[in-house]
Write a protein that binds this ligand. Structure first.
Ligand code: CU
Length: 159
């Protein structure tokens, strides 16, 4: 294969990767359309897709409980994750893994992270936001994918 063909193939592979193989929440399930290629270059934050209102799945969680946030990871990008609770306006109200560092940076194939919801924080409609770095695409680590789930946090599962 000539170097031109090899270069073209490599470029095609990179494009294919950029458009199809990243990260998407599986629990709580991502809002729709639940694309796995929502990044901070081509889509707007904090979720990449707008809240679709009534048609979105809403996962009810119990205040102060622990859960395994799980995500489909199509490719083991370098870098870590953050998990935040946002209010319905998209403002971070709780950074469940901290705001100042990335977690799981040493485990690029991880696909879940246990978190504990804050005591006393309930919401009828809020957002669990996952951010996942793809550090090899950015010298500063500022290239990320995001995926959001619409959630409600209640005092009891019995509504
Ligand atoms: Cu990817």
């Amino acid at each position: 294969m000539g170097s031109y063909a090899a270069t073209t193939l490599l470029f095609a592979a990179a494009l294919l990767h950029l458009s199809s193989a990243h990260v998407r929440l599986t629990f709580p399930p991502a809002r729709t359309p639940n694309y796995d290629f929502l990044d901070n270059v081509r889509t707007g934050g904090p979720c990449g897709v707008p809240d679709a209102g009534e048609s979105d799945p809403v996962t009810t969680l119990v205040v102060g409980s622990s859960l395994n946030v799980s995500y489909h990871l199509a490719y083991p990008h370098r870098g870590g994750i953050r998990i935040n609770i946002l209010d319905s306006n998209g403002t971070i109200v709780h950074a469940l893994l901290g705001l100042d560092s990335w977690r799981l940076e040493d485990d690029s194939t991880a696909f879940r992270q246990e978190v504990t919801l804050p005591d006393g924080f309930v919401c009828d409609r809020c957002v669990l936001q996952l951010m996942r770095q793809a550090a090899e695409w950015s010298a500063t680590g500022g290239y990320i994918f995001w995926s959001c789930a619409d959630i409600s946090i209640q005092n009891s599962m019995i509504l």
